[in-house]
Structures are given as structure tokens and as C-alpha cells.
Write a protein that binds this ligand. Structure first.
Ligand SMILES: Nc1ncnc2c1ncn2[C@@H]1O[C@H](COP(=O)(O)OP(=O)(O)OC[C@H]2O[C@@H]([n+]3cccc(C(=O)O)c3)[C@H](O)[C@@H]2O)[C@@H](O)[C@H]1O
Ligand SMILES: Nc1ncnc2c1ncn2[C@@H]1O[C@H](COP(=O)(O)OP(=O)(O)OP(=O)(O)O)[C@@H](O)[C@H]1O
Length: 250
């Protein structure tokens, strides 16, 4: 067993303790004047599943709203979102952002045509607007679902899934997320499907990033990875610094 594998075995051994630490953190975040609960965008993927499951453990089903936004998503993700809701007793509501996106896109494109990535980012920012619409009105917080691996390379949409009020999974790599997901009873179909932001058809995280989550997580956990991908990972880390900081101001 190498150092990376040993680390994962160790994490597995202490996963129950880690889960309780994250539950306590969520309770602390929501323990403020005028705050009632949490809103989470549910995509059918593992990151939002783990985040929602932790929030339900911390606050109970009554105080957590999962929001499924079907526009341009695949049926498999809808099915997984429903399976998740049943497995973890999550209140799941649906908001169709399709008509809003369809109206907004031509208005923006009258100024400048958008490529597929920018269109995907625009959908992600409409999802953020939706989650804040619900949270604002109820005195709830929006939970961030970005894991440590994604945050390191800036693999999130600025002002979209990269914008929220607190993050209960920020220190977990993708590999640790899978271990915690099993502990939380997240359905296996969600844990094993290829990670994708689904910003366009056929997109997978690993194909777009140009390296695998194993390459990235090995670097984060052991400081070592395949030499041919290290440079790209560090390049993406450097150019995404602005996403991990508050905006500069004077
Ligand atoms: N140096 C700098 N200082 C300050 N701001 C800077 C900047 N460089 C760009 N910016 C700003 O940031 C913008 C670019 O950032 P952004 O809009 O995020 O766009 P960008 O980083 O180009 O794209 C987002 C990436 O995240 C991926 N993603 C999105 C959503 C979910 C997931 C997931 O798997 O969970 C992944 C997506 O596939 C794509 O690769 C620029 O338009 C500019 O406004
Ligand atoms: N169709 C959707 N409905 C609701 N929320 C969504 C939807 N798509 C994305 N989101 C929100 O944006 C976040 C990032 O999306 P993305 O699909 O990249 O990640 P994920 O599904 O959680 O995990 P993975 O990276 O493993 O696919 C999600 O965690 C979720 O909170």
C-alpha cells in the first residue's frame, strides 16, 4: 500500500468522527439571529448528495430544502436526485430555470455569441440566483458543495456553484467524498458515476481538466503525482486564485 492508499484507509477508520465534526460545523453556521435552515442545489452528483446528507443529519429534514433544477440536465440525474431524497429523507423541490435561460441567452448573444463553456457557466449562475431567491425569503443559508479537489484547481463557476454562504465539504478530496458518501447512505449509483458538471453534452470533469481526480488527489494528499500532469494542475491552481479570494477593492 502506498501513502495515498494508506491515507484513505486512515480516513475510512475515522469517518464517523469526521462526519460528526462536519455536522457540528453546520449547526454552528445556522445558529445565528434570523437563520432557519439551509438550501442546497441537488444535481444528482456526489458533491451535492454528501452536502445535503450532512445538512439533514445536522438540522433534520424540516430545515433543509434540496432544489432540483432540471433545465438541460439528463434523466439519469433526475432519477438519482429522487433516489437521494428518499434515501436521506430530503425535502426536494423542483425549479425549472429553462424558460429564464432561454429568454436570457438571446439577449446576451445580441451583444456577443457565447461558447459552450460560457453558456454552461450562465446556467450555473442562474442556479445560484434561484437558490438565493429561496434562501433570502426564508432566512436560510445556501450551502456550497465544492470539494477540496475542485477548489484547488478552480473547477467551479465564479458566481455560480462557487458562490454560497458556507461549505461543509471544503476540506475533503474527491476520494474522501466517496468514503463519506457511503457512510451517509448516499445511493451507490451516485457514488460511482463519472463526475461531470454537465455544462455541455458528454462533458466529464476529468476529460475537461486533462488529468484524473486520482492525479489531483495524490498531489493534494501526498505532494506527489505523475510528473506530466503536475504542471497543468499547478497552472490551473495559479490562474484560479481569484476564485478563492474576496474581490480586490480600494
Ligand atoms: N485574474 C483574475 N482576477 C479576477 N477575476 C478573474 C480573473 N481571471 C478571470 N476572472 C473572472 O472570472 C471569470 C471566469 O471564471 P468562471 O466564470 O468561473 O469561468 P471558467 O473558470 O472559465 O469556467 C468554469 C469552469 O468550472 C467548471 N465547472 C463549473 C461548474 C461546476 C463544476 C463542477 O464540476 O462542480 C465545474 C466548468 O466546466 C469550467 O471548466 C472571467 O470571466 C472573469 O470575470
Ligand atoms: N440540475 C441541477 N439542479 C440543482 N443544482 C444543480 C444542478 N446542477 C448543478 N447543481 C449545483 O451545482 C453544483 C455543482 O454541479 P456539478 O454537477 O458540477 O457537481 P455535483 O453534481 O455535485 O458533483 P460532481 O462534480 O460529482 O458531478 C452541484 O453540487 C449542485 O449544488
Amino acid at each position: 500500500m502506498d501513502r495515498f492508499e494508506e491515507h484513505l484507509v486512515q480516513y475510512q477508520a475515522q469517518v464517523k468522527e469526521d462526519l460528526e465534526k462536519r455536522v457540528a460545523f453546520i449547526r454552528q453556521q445556522v445558529d445565528g439571529p434570523g437563520l432557519g435552515g439551509v438550501v442546497v442545489g441537488i444535481s444528482g452528483g456526489i458533491d451535492s448528495a454528501v452536502t445535503a446528507a450532512l445538512c439533514v443529519r445536522a438540522l433534520g429534514s424540516e430545515r433543509v430544502i434540496g432544489v432540483w433544477m432540471p433545465a438541460y440536465s439528463l434523466p439519469v440525474h433526475e432519477e438519482d436526485s429522487r433516489k437521494l431524497a428518499e434515501a436521506i429523507q430530503l425535502q426536494l423541490v423542483t425549479v425549472d430555470i429553462g424558460p429564464a435561460y432561454d429568454a436570457l441567452l438571446p439577449a446576451i448573444e445580441a451583444v456577443q455569441p457565447l461558447d459552450e463553456k460560457t453558456k454552461g457557466n450562465t446556467k450555473a449562475r442562474l442556479r445560484m440566483t434561484t437558490l438565493y431567491g429561496i434562501a433570502n425569503q426564508k432566512g436560510y443559508l445556501v450551502a456550497d458543495t465544492c470539494n477540496r479537489s475542485e477548489i484547488y484547481v478552480g473547477y467551479m463557476t465564479k458566481g455560480g456553484d462557487g458562490l454560497a454562504d458556507f461549505n461543509p465539504v471544503a476540506s475533503l478530496t474527491k476520494h474522501e467524498m466517496r468514503i463519506l458518501a457511503r457512510e451517509l447512505g448516499v445511493p451507490e449509483s451516485i457514488i460511482t458515476k463519472a463526475p461531470s458538471a454537465d455544462l455541455w453534452e458528454g462533458q466529464t470533469d476529468e476529460q475537461e481538466m486533462g488529468f484524473t481526480y486520482e492525479d489531483l488527489d495524490r498531489l493534494l494528499i501526498t505532494g506527489q503525482t505523475r510528473p506530466e500532469v503536475r504542471e497543468r494542475i499547478e497552472y490551473l491552481h495559479k490562474i484560479s486564485e481569484h476564485k478563492r479570494k474576496l474581490m480586490p477593492g480600494i
